[in-house]
Design a protein around this ligand. Structure first.
Ligand code: ZN
Length: 292
């Protein structure tokens, strides 16, 4: 059993009332510490890291409002990269939560709130949704964040990137993106480039970077697959602009990459049905035995 399989098992057992549920961190020494990105919501202070049954020293905690990743090279991405490279984080978990107030705030409401604080509209970018990375679905926000982190050039392929949604009332975790599976099945953009043909290969990381930077479409999980094709078609033009060369070369390369991506794009994750939720949990951290 891998680390997050054991964590989910302990979490679900604890939520179901099993007072013995927990895990031995020493059994997972090679997979710890974990890096978690969560929202800044203060209600999470009481939930982590105990909902993961991890001791505090094995839990590297990054927070921002809405657990939003705005791009593959964003400030939060750089912190994740440093947390892996310098602090030795072995796995990344993007953990959204239910009842997120960032999710519930519209661009108009945000503008009103900022203006009430004396922020001048003229000092703000035109598109507040895009600038702040606002979102309409906590689940979709986690999936999108995982996608960006997985494809970021700052995170190596050895780091699993998981996505979870935690119930703010109970601490129950829902595993939305399984990083153990995802990194084998998600097409990374460099693979798309490799598989797309000799002309595209020559463009190397330049085209890969630009493709990776494009934002995945906002859609409900069920709509994801059908919207992917539309989204890719719309992005051909943007991709062409990003690639150097003659107009013919640009178009040919863009089309090759898009065709490859269409073929290899992942299916949306299966989301388990929601089950009735028991009272708040505190999974037990079992003392380490002969830590390596
Ligand atoms: Zn939140």
């Amino acid at each position: 059993m891998r680390l997050f399989e054991a964590i989910i098992d302990a979490n679900h057992r604890a939520v179901a009332g099993d007072k013995e549920a927990g895990l031995h961190p020493a059994d997972f020494a090679d997979e710890l510490p974990v890096i978690a990105l969560t929202c800044v919501d203060p209600r999470l202070n009481a939930i982590f890291p105990n909902a993961l049954a991890l001791p505090a020293e094995e839990f590297i905690w990054l927070r921002n409002a809405g657990n939003i990743i705005t791009g593959p090279l964003s400030s939060t991405m750089r912190s994740l990269a440093l947390a892996c490279a310098v602090k030795g984080g072995k796995e990344i978990a993007i953990i959204g939560h239910t009842d997120c107030q960032i999710c519930k705030t519209t661009a108009m409401q945000l503008l009103d709130k900022l203006q009430a604080l004396g922020v001048d509209r003229h000092q703000l970018p035109e598109n507040l949704n895009e600038f702040f990375g606002m979102f309409g679905s906590e689940r979709q926000n986690v999936i999108k964040a995982c996608d960006i982190v997985r494809h970021s050039p700052l995170i190596g392929p050895k780091i699993p990137v998981h996505g979870f949604l935690v119930d703010i009332e109970t601490g129950k975790l829902e595993w939305i993106v399984n990083g153990y599976e995802a990194w084998q099945t998600l097409p990374d953009t460099s693979e798309a480039i490799k598989g797309a043909g000799p002309m595209t290969k020559e463009l190397g990381s330049f085209a890969a970077f630009n493709l990776g930077e494009m934002k995945f479409p906002e859609a409900k999980i069920g709509e994801l697959a059908t919207k992917t094709e539309d989204w890719l078609s719309q992005k051909v033009e943007k991709l062409e602009m990003a690639i150097p060369g003659t107009p013919e070369t640009k178009a040919a390369v863009a089309q090759e990459v898009v065709e490859y991506a269409k073929k290899h794009w992942p299916q949306p994750p299966v989301v388990p049905p929601k089950i009735p939720l028991p009272p708040p949990i505190r999974p037990k951290i079992i003392p380490t035995r002969g830590r390596r």
